[in-house]
Design a protein around this ligand. Structure first.
Ligand SMILES: Nc1ncnc2c1ncn2[C@@H]1O[C@H](COP(=O)(O)OP(=O)(O)OP(=O)(O)O)[C@@H](O)[C@H]1O
Ligand SMILES: [Ca+2]
Length: 601
């Protein structure tokens, strides 16, 4: 009677929910959680879920063997280092690190983190202190992290090092994360494909979540095409042995960092692969509700299976000589699984890993297991067939709204327009880099190398003093830097956003390329000492400045005056943009300042 009321309460409120997440929380709390508790689900599988598990942003789990480039990939994606994130050829990351957004940088250690009700990590306390000492959360102000969180993991050990114990159940922790994240990125090193036992065990730990798995065959530019084919084949063969799913996971091949490709041999392929991967990452928030719904369905099916298994074992227990019978039952577990499967028509894929289950059953008293209640099973069937389906219209609605949103932005992720490095209208006016409030001062950092860049600029035959996106693109690609990086350089350099580069913008682009090639990061926005002199805002009084700001707010280039001057008898006209210099021509600059002083400015 009581449970009927609960059921009715659940269904009634389901009609009132506004979002899929709300609906899922409700169904879980009222329909699934009571069964999990009754049949002791969390003693065998994963701890119960909390509201924070449903509310959190999409998460990406980045895993792979040591030194495959996990931390480097995260740095590449964020265009920023995270505090404590070390990169090196030897094993460097020894902590599970949740990288999340906050306006101020900070680190929270694992023990404190699992106390925070707003974070989805409370149930990780289950893995004990040794693990919690190896778990932390770092906060960063980063645009990518506004839409998703990333989990960096310690490298899976290769065969020679794997004897050292970690002191906690590494595959079980991976499994917990696999259950809670939206995407699992498994990095492999094409240059050194060494697949250890811990690697296989870690992949086995992902069973049931193969749909979230994507493989990154990293450092692929370090081998030639023929070797790459062989490595790809070996990788697929190894994965095929440990992954149960009939579908092959998507493998993205490339070199996922911001350094230039070693060779240009497979550049086009790597660029396309990266574009696909970034596209998938950008779409994560759109698919997040569907992922949560999917995970709840998976969980409900596992609960159903679990209830059948434990109740079967309980029924089989005799009154006497229990220990012998328990041993026999554990030994016969694979047959018991197939009997339950046939009797109740449960798909094989819903069953838990048999060896793991046998291990856990050894320490349990079977007589304390609960008998199966048919009404529980009927309730679960209703949940899976009818109630989840009721959320579908809401899901469609949310998908439509999400499709209008731009998806994950920032870091190295492609800007959808305004750059010749991405498809669509390559010269779409993306708006100038506004430094309206920030008056650029001081010498221009790029000045000293400008003559060198000017030579290249004029060799590329500019028209009307400017180079088109296509011409610049061809030149920039010859640096072998990945498109994602070049696109960001373009965005920073096309200061007035007209889809073309003048000599100063071109020099700036080249300066940024050199910065990148020297291994430094790109600034998220142009620092004032990099703003080309002709694009700088003039230092003005407060009233004048606010007028200027109003002027620029109409997404037009910042023009505040116009000159026609005679230089050596020729009429020269130029835009005056407020810096006191015109097109880097010292003679003109003198004339301008003379006019300014004559007019009393
Ligand atoms: N795409 C790449 N091409 C070539 N070398 C790379 C690439 N990405 C990373 N590396 C190099 O590989 C080494 C390991 O990188 P990193 O520390 O990021 O790996 P990791 O997987 O995080 O390692 P760990 O498991 O120790 O945490 C570093 O020396 C790094 O410079
Ligand atoms: Ca690392």
């Amino acid at each position: 009677m009581a449970s009927k009321e609960v059921k009715n309460r659940g269904v009634k409120s389901l009609k009132e929910v506004q979002t899929v997440t709300e609906g899922l929380k409700l169904l879980y709390r009222h329909r699934l959680l009571p069964l999990e508790k009754y049949y002791g689900f969390s003693d065998f599988h994963s701890p119960s879920l909390e509201d924070a598990d449903f509310n959190n942003k999409p998460m990406i789990l980045v895993m792979g063997q040591c030194s495959t480039g996990k931390t480097t990939f995260i740095r590449y994606l964020l265009e920023q280092d995270y505090p404590g994130g070390r990169i090196g050829p030897e094993p460097t990351t020894d902590c599970f690190t949740a990288i999340m957004h906050r306006d101020v940088e900070g680190v929270i250690p694992g023990n404190a983190l699992v106390m925070d009700p707003n974070k989805p990590f409370r149930k990780l306390s289950y893995f004990g202190n040794t693990f919690l000492n190896r778990f932390q959360c770092v906060h960063l102000p980063n645009q990518v992290l506004e839409s998703l969180s990333i989990i960096d993991t310690p490298g899976i050990l290769s065969s020679t090092k794997q004897r050292m114990s970690r002191g906690y159940d590494f595959p079980a922790v991976l499994r917990w994360f696999a259950e809670h994240v939206d995407l699992i990125i498994l990095l492999c090193d094409a240059h050194k494909l060494e697949l250890s036992d811990e690697f296989s065990r870690s992949i086995v730990a992902l069973r049931g979540h193969e749909d979230k798995l994507r493989v990154l065959l990293n450092k692929a530019d370090m081998v030639d095409s023929q070797q790459l084919m062989r490595v790809y084949g070996a990788l697929m063969w190894t994965l095929g042995k440990v992954i149960w799913s009939p579908e092959v996971p998507r493998v993205y091949t490339g070199s996922f960092w911001s350094s230039p490709f070693r060779t240009s041999e497979n550049r086009v392929l790597f660029e396309k692969e990266e574009e696909d991967l970034f596209n998938e990452i950008q779409n994560l928030p759109r698919n997040s509700a569907l992922r949560k719904l999917n995970d709840l369905v998976k969980r409900a099916r596992l609960v159903r299976c679990h209830a059948h298994i434990v109740s079967f074992l309980k029924e089989e227990m005799p009154l006497f000589r229990r220990d012998n019978k328990k041993r026999d039952l554990i030994y016969d577990l694979p047959f018991i699984f197939s009997r339950i499967q046939q009797r109740h028509q449960i798909p094989a894929g819903d069953f838990p890993d048999c060896a793991k289950m046998q291990e856990r059953l050894m320490y349990r008293d079977f007589s304390k297991f609960k008998s199966l209640k048919p009404k529980h099973m009927a309730g679960l069937d209703a949940l899976l067939t009818a109630d989840i389906a009721k959320l579908m219209p809401l899901l469609r609605q949310e998908e439509l709204v999400a499709a209008e949103q731009p998806g994950v932005q920032g870091g190295v992720l492609p800007v959808t327009n305004g750059s010749p490095f991405f498809e669509g209208n390559p010269f779409y006016y993306s708006g100038a880099n506004r430094e309206c409030e920030e008056i650029a001062e001081g010498p221009w950092v790029v000045s000293k190398d400008k003559p060198k860049y000017d030579e290249i600029f004029y060799n590329l035959s500019p028209q009307g003093g400017k180079l088109s996106g296509i011409k610049v693109k061809d030149w920039m690609i010859s640096t072998r830097l990945p498109n994602s990086v070049l696109s960001r350089i373009w965005k920073l350099s096309d200061v007035d956003g007209d889809g073309m580069l003048d000599d100063e913008e071109f020099a700036l682009a080249n300066h940024l390329i050199e910065v990148k090639l020297e291994g430094y990061g790109l600034p998220p926005k142009l620092p004032s000492d990099l703003v080309p002199p002709s694009k700088r805002r003039r230092k003005t009084s407060r009233t004048e400045r606010s007028e200027d700001c109003d002027e620029t707010s109409e997404s037009t280039p910042t023009v505040s005056g116009y000159f026609e001057v005679l230089v050596n008898g020729t009429l020269v006209h130029s835009k005056k943009d407020g810096d006191g210099f015109v097109d880097n021509n010292p003679k003109m600059a003198k004339i301008v300042s003379a006019i300014e002083s004559a007019s009393g400015k």
